[in-house]
Ligand binder design. Sequence first.
Ligand code: NDP
Ligand code: GDR
Length: 353
Amino acid sequence: MTKTALITGVTGQDGAYLAELLLSKGYTVHGIKRRSSSFNTGRIEHIYQDPHETHPRFILHYGDMIDSTNLLRIVQQTQPDEIYNLAAQSHVGVSFETPEYTADADGIGTLRLLEAIRILGLEEKTRFYQASTSELYGLVQEVPQNEKTPFYPRSPYAAAKLYAYWIVVNYREAYGMHASNGILFNHESPLRGETFVTRKITMAVAAIHLGRQDKLFLGNLDAKRDWGHAREYVEGMWRMLQQDKPDDYVLATGETTSVRQFVEWAFADVGIALEWKGSGVDEKGYDSASGACLVEIDPRYFRPTEVDLLLGDPTKARQKLGWHHKTPVRELAAEMVREDVKHWKAQNSRKEI
Ligand code: NDP
Ligand code: GDR
């Protein structure tokens, strides 16, 4: 029997990879997209199916995590076997500027979906995946971080996701729902949003290499993250929902890298050896060959409270789900730079037309 999945946040990085994966497994996939005045389906263009086709397997619905009437109706219409709740205001820095909205969409939005399942009497049928995050660990208390490490959120985003994490655990225990939290450490790809640090770096490095941009402005260079490849992480999400029992799992690589190191790698991939001079907000990165200043610090990108170090321990996922990451972070950086060079070249040739 074909399974039916509903993905919230289908237009995002993970939504696009997950939709592709589930379609390849024969699922019928429903996705929720937000109404926007500009085009927001670029990442799923390649799997888009005309709704006029007979029996389309990929179907989009307008919706929003802050509208429970709409979520209820979509769950009722689609009767999903699996819901993947990926929709969120997912930018940590932006959550300091839009804290109430972030709490509503990321925290209460999760409750709205769980309630939709309950109101419709789908507790037995519908399995639920929640996009939880390593940001829950926040202030470093223990390294590496695993499923038992205490949480200490350091942003409105992380506080909203903390509520979502616990309401998922509570609905699992209270109503016997098959609801699981994937505590995912950072995962990136050429589809990564352009304001997250890895993609911001690779886009800028590619643009500098092609002479389209002079300089890259960044915030905290010393933050360390456990970066994996998004395509591999969506496979882990799916595996969580195929288990007989719901549970919570960390997905991570078990390696951590500083923002500074990632910047050096990205420049090295276009043949530039970066040299740092100065300190604090006056630190700058120079092309060691030409002496040109390529990286500067802009304190605007500092966060009021920072998460200094994330390093995950994926042992439980390896043992119970048979999941492990494959792409080393160095290779991930190279792939992102390569794709962004192609991206800007395509823009150039479009300009010439
Ligand atoms: P993205 O920011 O790329 O995608 C977020 C998605 O949510 C987009 O489709 C966005 O729509 C949608 N969205 C935002 N607000 C709403 C709303 N109010 N109603 C409906 N849809 C909304 O995130 P990722 O794909 O990187 O991450 C997926 C999930 O996993 C998120 O919940 C994120 O917080 C979480 N996460 C991500 C990690 C990572 O490293 N990538 C690590 C751990 C957790 P639109 O395209 O219109 O903006
Ligand atoms: P993060 O990702 O906050 O870990 O959240 P992001 O890439 O935004 O930041 C990583 C680290 O880089 C530092 N940094 C900068 N960050 C951005 N965005 N822009 C800059 O210019 C910059 N300079 C330095 C940050 O301070 C931070 O320390 C991501 C999101 O996908 C969340 O949704 C997800 O839950 C977590 O990963 C796990």
